[in-house]
Design a protein around this ligand. Sequence first.
Ligand code: F6R
Length: 599
Amino acid sequence: MCGIIGYIGQKQTTPILIDGLKKLEYRGYDSAGICVLDKGSLKVIKKKGKIAELDSELKEHNLSGTIGIAHTRWATHGEPNEKNAHPHLDCSGQIAIVHNGIIENHHGLRQLLVKEGHSIVSDTDSEIVAHLIEKFYNGDLAKATVQALQLIDGAYGLAVMCQAEKKIIVARRGSPLIIGIGDKEMFVASDVPAILAHTKKIIYLSDDELAIITEDNYTIKNLEGKKIDKEIHEIKWSVAELEKKGFKHFMLKEIFEQPEAIANTLRGRINDKEIKLSINFDITKIKRIVITACGTSWHSALIGKYLLEDLALMPTEVDYASEFRYRNPILGPDDLMIVISQSGETADTLAALREAKGKGAKTLGIVNVVGSTITREVDSGIYLHVGPEIGVASTKAFSSQVVALLLLAFYIRQEKGLAIDKKIIKELNNLPEKIKEALSQAEAVKVIAEKFKSSKNFLYLGRGINFPVALEGALKLKEISYIHAEGYPAAEIKHGPIALIDANMPVVFLATKNNLSPKIISNMAEVKARSGIIIAVVNEPDKEIKKLADYIIEVSITSPELSPVVNVIPLQLLAYYIADMKGLDVDKPRNLAKSVTVE
Ligand code: F6R
């Protein structure tokens, strides 16, 4: 996602900023920009695309100066282009900002500022901040920044500079920001790799803190103006390690990012009173939903069917995009086609979307990558906001797709005027915590991985809303560990797969508590009677399960509708640890690509 770097010192700032931006490239971005205080005035250069393009543009301008801020943007509000790239300037061109995060009340603030005569040139939420600071600026940049922040709802990691003062102001709420301490020079950044080549002395800013930084000093305050003493940390890791935030692989990092990722998907869309989604057609007029997707996204679509039927009382069908596009699907203006895609570029999903549009259906995309082709072609969309997913095996995109579908199901229910169970809404808000608890089972999962890393086959069984989770667990294992694995509805094994079960067959059961628990326990007994090895994911292990299961992974209790998001965590970890123990290239498994743009 977006990255920030800033420098104030005695050296030329441009090469330091560009080098820092390059170190942030792994986060993914679609445009980049830089602002330097050059001979008394702010000079801003921005470019859509890669940092190399910004770099070559800079050669034409020969910027000179020792204070500057720079940014890589991963578009959220407004498409990726030069106008929307950061840094953003105020009307006078004397205040510049770079911002990570989302300003939730930007619509209202924009109206207010425009009424007051500000001219806002980009489509971003971020530019609002520059104009707010301008509104309050009276010779004290830090004071004006605090006043601006008091009007802002949402998340920010912010760096601000101005023409008249030799300082950088940074502030944080919900989006990381660090200060790097050098010798007569200071750095700010969203992430350590950006500045690690220059200093290992780091201060981590906390939420609602603001720092005033000069070339040889810094002052940290809270938003009430009270000074705060912060610990200086000595970074011990190498740049290479830090790029994965200390995780061995991007996949592991992404698995562990899920609490934050889910919080981002929920942010601004749910409160105790209502679900807020921007859907620009009357969803209550829809008579039937068809969801198409591929791979992991198809698994979340299957979960969506349960949710949309159960919570939104909407007849829902799910199709593989590759199958849908070559049938003669019957679809019309009363139907809604939902396409789910992490990348927003999957060729079959895109073709299925076009097929549905051609037949007059309404369309909605559940997509992660902002500005991708699918997002440009759907009538409406729900962005996942989980940041770039770099590991080829999808993890955080899957869980957040399910959360987006939950939001949609509740939204339709609300729009239909049906009552919404407040308890589930509360639990939805608690999901990040439940995921954290599930992640705390990592060591227990590792023990199981060690035991079964040489297995040739695995079965994954679940029922109801957890049947697609079984499919997802099996897919994760096969794609990165190359072990043959199949997911099945637990009751179905009697119709064939039970023939495979013997004392060498690990069978993973999704057995968290719901109305089908007695049935799943019977299915466990069937496996045990054939000497199968049972690994059970549970949240309220009853006596029967304890007797039948050889291994138990305990996750926290949540309502059955939300359980797929929690239950998938140990399955992702199991696949990861097995593949890693086998010494495989977890992030780039053979034959697979992150974005499948051919059919
Ligand atoms: C599996 C995986 C793939 C993708 C599939 C669809 O871990 O990542 O199965 O889910 O290729 O990709 P998107 O969601 O980008 O359309």
